[in-house]
Ligand binder design. Structure first.
Ligand SMILES: [Zn+2]
Length: 186
């Protein structure tokens, strides 16, 4: 089965914590988490101007460029980042057209977004959220309801996103297996 996630950035909009796009496959830390790290470092942070275009090596600028290209530039989201997106793949676009499928913390659906990766150029970090679920008595609702503390009530269960860890993007690569284990231990 697919593990669904979201590649996001820290939002400056009022009442919104993060904005991002959907990712369909392998969104767990050893999958999407590591892939974001690899692409961000190889193509952006460690990009010293190999094609002759010089840059000043500013990490915050590199993270912002990643966000502009890979999140804001792919509004329909990713099937499998960074190889296949829903907005630049002919087969997907012929089937669905190009749609803005961007999501924010406000209307996110924790039941179908298991991991969220929030990049921040300002703090040079990536916050990883994972979805939590409490089952409860009740029927599945036609429309979900937000609880007072911002959780999503589906009728038969309540779901929310919880912070798993914060990765220092200017530091050493973390142990993705250990981060993933953190999630299953809770
Ligand atoms: Zn695209």
């Amino acid at each position: 089965m697919s593990t669904r996630g979201c590649i996001a950035f820290k939002s400056k909009k009022k009442g919104i914590d993060w904005e991002g796009v959907y990712q369909h496959f392998d969104s767990y830390p050893t999958g999407l988490g590591k892939t974001i790290w690899d692409v961000l470092h190889k193509d952006f942070i460690d990009n010293k101007g190999g094609i002759g275009v010089q840059n000043d090596g500013d990490v915050s600028k590199a993270i912002q460029a990643f966000i502009d290209i890979n999140i804001k530039g792919h509004r329909s989201g990713w099937s499998a980042f960074p190889d296949k997106c829903y907005c630049h793949d002919p087969a997907f676009v012929m089937r669905d057209g190009t749609r803005d499928m961007s999501i924010t913390s406000k209307e996110s659906n924790p039941l179908s977004v298991e991991y969220v990766y929030i990049l921040s150029p300002k703090t040079k970090s990536m916050t990883i959220l994972s979805s939590k679920v409490d089952s409860k008595d009740g029927q599945i609702l036609d429309k979900t309801v937000k609880t007072k503390d911002g959780k999503t009530d589906y009728g038969h269960c309540i779901c929310w996103h919880e912070e798993l860890c914060i990765v220092d993007l200017a530091g050493k690569e973390p142990n993705w297996e250990a981060i993933e284990k953190l999630d299953s231990e809770e």
